[in-house]
Design a protein around this ligand. Structure first.
Ligand SMILES: [Zn+2]
Length: 390
């Protein structure tokens, strides 16, 4: 009996060590596509001498003009003709760079639509870049009382993220790199309303609808080798065009994905935009439904509720083009492209896998310790029972 007990304890100790061994924060996936060829770009030799050839293709004037084009449609409130026209414009522009489709849904019977554009669509791994294109129905934070029931133009809140994504897509589509990952550009409708914007609505309706539809109708979205597990990263751009751009640390986000992007921001010498020692804040934004599915997310967003953050125009009538900083559009776009180049460069031969937000109970050390404690407790109980019997 004593021998059995020792074996029992040994088994739990081995299980514990096994779980501990599963805990590296970055797991590397070897490439599954073998037809990789590259002519123009060289791999990075050192993290400290970045090859910015791809990022240098990014043109912040094009991004700026993409905001102007959205504002030319007027207020892009869900369910309006202006919103529909803007969605059609984004979709047709993105069709120049890859495949692009509109996905219709309704919120309380109001027709809404997300746009998903795909570059290199058939790979087994997917990197998603997203922003919302709807603009808010009310300017409840306007200094002028009489304007608080009026809509906002959303040059920054909505427009900037969309504009930067479109310019990134142009750069990727015209690059001569044979990517071994699929890029999805997702433009959400119905993010910026909430019950205060449109009664009976929640925030982030478009992303919530998409994640449910991805789960319920995967065949509509994914190619043969793809599933929800194929999503390697999800990076959201929200309000990236204000002055003195400084991104926060969002608490649903993947720590490794944030660290990777922020480090690249530093290597590009955008130190103040990517603070390494920031506090964490919890933001309800379009990344949350994805983070809750265990997808590694990053929300590139500012401290918009703080008037000293460089963007005092949140949800006001002054969220207009004249308050957009070309430098901020440049910093965001170049950093995201450099991230893509560093992490998804096919010459690397593998794709880095990021961990999703680690909670206390998902930490392998905690799981291992839990198993050990349960194992030892059972062993003690068995030993006691045996001793009683004897
Ligand atoms: Zn907003």
């Amino acid at each position: 009996m004593e021998k059995k007990l020792i074996n029992f304890i040994r088994f739990f100790l081995i299980s514990y060590l096994f779980f501990i061994s599963l805990s590296p924060s970055i797991i590397k996936i070897t490439q599954s596509e073998s037809t990789l060829q590259i002519q123009e770009y060289k791999p990075i030799n050192s993290q400290f001498s970045l090859n910015t050839t791809l990022a240098d293709q990014y043109n912040s004037t094009f991004a700026y003009n993409n905001i102007q084009s959205q504002l030319d449609f007027g207020y892009r409130i869900p369910g309006t003709n202006e919103n529909l026209e803007c969605a059609n414009w984004i979709n047709s522009q993105m069709q120049n760079y890859g495949e692009s489709e509109i996905y219709n849904f309704t919120v309380n019977e109001i027709p809404c639509r997300n746009i998903i554009s795909r570059i290199n669509p058939n790979m087994s791994q997917i990197a998603i870049f997203a922003a919302h294109y709807d603009s808010r129905a009310i300017a409840e934070k306007d200094l002028n009382d009489s304007l608080r029931d009026s809509p906002i133009l959303g040059a920054n809140d909505g427009g900037s993220g969309v504009a930067v994504l479109m310019e990134i897509a142009r750069v990727l589509a015209t690059s001569k790199i044979n990517w071994n990952i699929s890029f999805w550009f997702v433009f959400f409708d119905a993010e910026d309303q909430g019950n205060s914007g449109i009664p009976g609505w929640d925030w982030c309706e478009g992303s919530k609808w998409m994640i449910n539809d991805l789960k319920n109708n995967p065949n509509v979205y994914f190619r043969d080798t793809q599933s929800l597990n194929s999503i390697n990263s999800f990076i959201l751009l929200d309000m990236v065009g204000g002055d003195n751009l400084k991104f926060i640390h969002e608490s649903y986000d993947s720590d490794d994905l944030r660290q990777r992007v922020f480090e690249i921001g530093h290597l590009l010498e955008y130190d103040s935009t990517f603070p390494l020692d920031a506090n964490e804040y919890k933001i309800e934004d379009d990344h949350v439904p994805f983070a809750k599915e265990g997808i590694p997310t990053l929300d590139l967003i500012i401290k918009f509720w703080d008037l000293t953050c460089g963007w005092p125009y949140h949800h006001t009538s002054e969220d207009t083009l004249e308050h957009i900083s070309r430098d901020s559009l440049e910093i965001t776009g170049r950093t995201v492209i450099q991230f893509i180049y560093e992490v998804y460069n096919p010459e690397l031969g593998f794709i880095e896998k990021f961990s999703s937000k680690e909670t206390f109970f998902s930490n392998p050390i905690v799981i291992g310790a839990g198993i050990l404690i349960i194992g030892v407790s059972i062993a003690i109980l068995i030993k006691k029972a045996v001793m009683k019997k004897n």
